[in-house]
Design a protein around this ligand. Structure first.
Ligand code: S3P
Length: 184
């Protein structure tokens, strides 16, 4: 994994899809949209693809069909990204952890992990807790405990990403530096 935000002009990664991975609230959708607009790429939010395909909100899918079903359709939705190029794809927080999805993403594009501290995640997730079925019923203390545990559990998947950046340090211009760095 690479932490160095080198700003070289290498075009080795031109046209490739970029998968943003990281915990809920780590800024995948926020930064994905901004970077896509700024670098003339398309943007896809995987949760939105799932909701459109299923005709239901993520929270409703979890409630009516359960997490296992959600993970299956999430893996299928991810694989539809093989048909696009030059696109930044914001994954769901759990996407890398099921059905060899991380391996698949590494084989089909550039993966970038947006890391975030548990306290920062807490601040951000609290603002939109209702939308996130895994945490919507938790009080503040339970939420922090859940975040700390899940982050530990998921870290080994997230760190399989080719590049890693600290979410709180990101800037508008960070993105070309991350992926223009020629990768081996
Ligand atoms: C999930 C994160 C959510 C969404 C679903 C499950 C998770 O996406 O896919 O609620 O397992 O962490 P965000 O990371 O965009 O909130």
């Amino acid at each position: 994994m690479n932490n160095d935000l080198d700003v070289s002009n290498s075009s080795a990664n031109e046209g490739k899809n970029v998968f943003l991975v990281g915990f809920m609230g780590s800024g995948k959708t926020h930064w994905g949209r901004i970077w896509a607009a700024n670098t003339r790429r398309s943007f896809i939010d995987l949760d939105e693809v799932i909701e459109k395909t299923a005709g239901k909100l993520i929270a409703d899918i979890f409630e009516t069909k359960g997490e296992d079903y959600f993970r299956k359709i999430e893996a299928n939705a991810l694989r539809t990204c093989a048909t696009v190029s030059n696109t930044i794809i914001a994954c769901g927080g759990g996407t890398p952890c099921f059905y060899d999805n991380m391996k698949w993403m590494n084989e089909h594009g550039i993966t970038v992990y947006l890391s975030c501290t548990p306290m920062e995640v807490l601040k951000r997730v609290e603002l939109e807790q209702e939308k996130r079925p895994l945490v919507k019923k938790l009080n503040r203390a339970e939420l922090l405990f859940f975040i700390e545990q899940k982050l530990k559990e998921r870290e080994s998947y997230y760190t399989q990403a080719k590049f890693s950046v600290v979410s709180q340090q990101l800037k508008l211009e960070s993105f070309p530096g991350i992926i223009n760095k020629s990768s081996s």
